[in-house]
Design a protein around this ligand. Structure first.
Ligand SMILES: [Zn+2]
Ligand SMILES: [Zn+2]
Length: 116
């Protein structure tokens, strides 16, 4: 392949965004990859920020896998504990919290398997 901008020069790399062959003179180093032009650099940076955001979302969701069920399970256990004196209302509320928390946890675990 030859350089997209310099028809006589042999390319030494390929733009990661558009796939054009580029010679040493034309290469722009984004810090992560080599691109051919300012336009491709902009696109590359946009992709990178999208990727960063997606990773951040995944990390947050992974953490929430435990936190949100725990927020339900903890009061559930507390309610069940205080309902031992035959307080049926507390017992039912505690049971609902506990079951919701556990089912949410199982659901989240299944879901979290899809993301690494
Ligand atoms: Zn390009
Ligand atoms: Zn060139």
């Amino acid at each position: 392949m030859i350089c997209f901008n310099h028809q006589k020069k042999q390319d030494s790399s390929i733009c990661i965004v558009c796939g054009k062959g580029i010679c040493k003179e034309c290469i722009i180093d984004s810090g992560y990859a080599l691109v051919c032009s300012e336009k491709c650099l902009k696109r590359h940076n946009m992709f990178r920020s999208l990727e960063d955001n997606a990773n951040l979302t995944y990390e947050t969701q992974k953490r929430n896998t435990l936190i949100i069920p725990a927020v339900l399970i903890f009061p559930g256990v507390v309610f069940l504990y205080f309902s031992k004196d035959y307080d049926y209302y507390l017992f039912i509320v505690g049971l609902v919290f506990l079951l919701l928390g556990i089912s949410l946890y199982i659901k989240n675990l299944k879901w979290a398997k899809h993301i690494k």
